[in-house]
Design a protein around this ligand. Structure first.
Ligand code: GLN
Length: 490
């Protein structure tokens, strides 16, 4: 019999609905497994076992009483999940991986979390992240680096590395992440799990502590496409508390197991298969694309000519927005305060002590890019090129339904490999940044392993609000392959 900790989210929901297990049993097994293995993985910044057990118990009671009256059961009643520590949950500490928020307990819950809670989820804890989601490895967390469950010497990716590791290590069937420049997709790729970065505006950003407000999106990491779709559908939709959330109906995602993809047109962008990409990554992604062709999809080479500018554009716009967003951490209203005689000194000392070096680097970069003398040359120019990048996608989506591409040029790298060289770290993001700049959705999933046994991911990117098409194609792929079912030892 499969262990409770091996259940997928959909499998767990079914087990709960059919009475095969209670939420208390399921939650206890996940907590026990986490107790045993967390010291070697370090996925969580804050664990909330008492709260989880209490929520599990009350969801079991709720189920029993709803049953008695034949009332509808909330869709995810009793399902335990983990939440990246940049999404607020009222009453649970939210650090954003930063010392500056070490003692910050929010009094409000992110809308996407609230919607899942309304559907019945149990919260297992808050997962590790690069400080304010700035990074690609969790090494920028002010607390510790999460280990990749496939190889503890390697990073899990970032910034949602704690969530990806928690899912890969079977601490949680699903976890929430955020993706500003790849932070759901790249850790999903490094840890061999599935992740959805929704269209910008599809899921409310209320309660997602802002990094780059025009790029941030909250997404899901889970063990397969079906599970990511299950949570996504509940999280998505208009929210009066987020002016950039879109007033569009969320389609019901029907994954019927159909593997006939005739009529689907998949574009393969030539700019994503460049020199420097690990040969095994290219091979695995191309093999997967051939698999899509065997299922009936029409494969076309396409061009996104401004791809090479995504990196410099992102690393101007994201820090510019971050420099404004992070101005609020002044020692007065939130978090850490270093007391001094004068207020100006207090601001300086609090920020100096509270932020880590990557965050400071980005605040400086962003402040510079926005400064009066350089605004047009840097920020203004970056905005113009961002429009060209978006237009690349718009034009490609007139001839194909989605784009298939690698997620990262390499598989998970060793801890410390890029910590002395921020540019090398930024280069890890080349294939994920364009989707954020264009605001389009991306679905990440495993399509093979390299000769070190490390997972290789690929992404399908779609036109705005076409997540359902991505889920259907990804689900079809997972029906005919078993990469997503492999798991690390332990
Ligand atoms: N790695 C990118 C960065 O450092 C993306 C991070 C993210 O998506 N939050 O900014």
């Amino acid at each position: 019999m499969t262990e409770l900790t091996d259940l997928t989210a959909a499998g767990a929901v079914e087990a709960l609905n059919t009475g095969k297990c209670s939420s208390l049993e399921l939650t206890s097994s996940l907590l026990k497994r986490t107790d045993d293995l967390e010291p070697s993985i370090k996925a969580y910044i804050t664990r909330t076992p008492e709260l989880a057990l209490q929520q599990a118990k009350s969801s079991d009671e709720k189920r029993a009483s709803l049953r008695k009256t034949n009332s509808p059961i909330p869709r995810l009643l009793g399902l335990p999940i983990a939440v990246k520590d940049v999404l607020t949950v009222s009453g649970i500490r939210c650090t954003c991986g930063s010392k500056i928020l070490e003692n910050y307990t929010p009094v409000y819950t992110a809308t996407c979390v609230q919607k899942l809670q309304d559907a019945g989820v149990v919260i297992l804890g808050k997962t590790n992240t690069d400080e304010f989601a700035m990074g690609s490895s969790t090494e920028n967390s002010a607390y510790f680096t999460t280990r990749n469950p496939w190889d503890h010497e390697r990073v899990p990716g970032g910034s949602s590395g704690g969530s990806a590791a928690a899912v890969a290590a079977h601490f949680a069937p699903a976890a929430l992440g955020t993706d500003t420049g790849g932070s759901v997709r790249q850790p999903a790729s490094f840890c061999g799990v599935t992740g959805i970065k929704p269209t910008y505006g599809r899921v409310s950003r209320y309660g997602l502590i802002a990094y780059g407000s025009s790029l941030d999106s909250a997404g899901v990491l889970a063990r397969n496409v079906e599970d990511t779709a299950l949570l996504f559908e509940i999280m998505a939709g208009y929210d009066i508390k987020d002016a950039t959330s879109m007033e569009l109906p969320v389609p019901t995602i029907q994954l019927d197991g159909k593997t006939d993809l005739r009529g689907l047109r998949i574009g393969v962008p030539r700019e994503y298969f460049i020199k420097g990409i690990q040969p095994e990554v290219e091979k695995a992604v191309r093999t997967a694309i051939a698999r899509f062709a065997e299922m009936g999809a029409e494969i076309k080479e396409v061009s996104l000519p401004h791809t090479e500018y995504a990196l410099p554009v992102y690393y101007l716009i994201a820090p510019a927005e971050a420099s404004a967003n992070l101005a609020r951490y002044d020692g007065v209203r939130f978090g850490l305060r270093v007391n001094t005689e004068s207020n100006i000194e207090m601001f300086k000392k609090s920020r100096g002590a509270g932020f880590g070096s990557e965050v400071k680097r980005r605040i400086m970069l962003g402040t510079y890019a926005l400064s009066a003398g350089y605004y047009d040359a840097y920020y203004g120019q970056a905005q113009k090129v961002r429009t060209l990048i978006k237009q690349d996608f718009d034009s490609v989506f007139t001839s194909v339904d989605m784009i298939a591409a690698p997620i990262a040029p390499t598989t998970a790298f060793k801890r410390g490999a890029h910590t002395e060289d921020p540019l090398a770290m930024y280069l890890e993001d080349v294939f994920t940044l364009p989707a954020n700049l264009a605001g389009v959705p991306g679905l990440a999933f495993c399509c093979g392993f390299d000769n070190q046994g490390l997972p290789i991911g690929m992404q399908l990117m779609g036109a705005h609000y076409k997540e359902d098409a991505l889920f259907k194609a990804g689900h079809a792929y997972q029906q005919v392959t078993d990469w997503h079912t492999r798991r690390p030892r332990g």
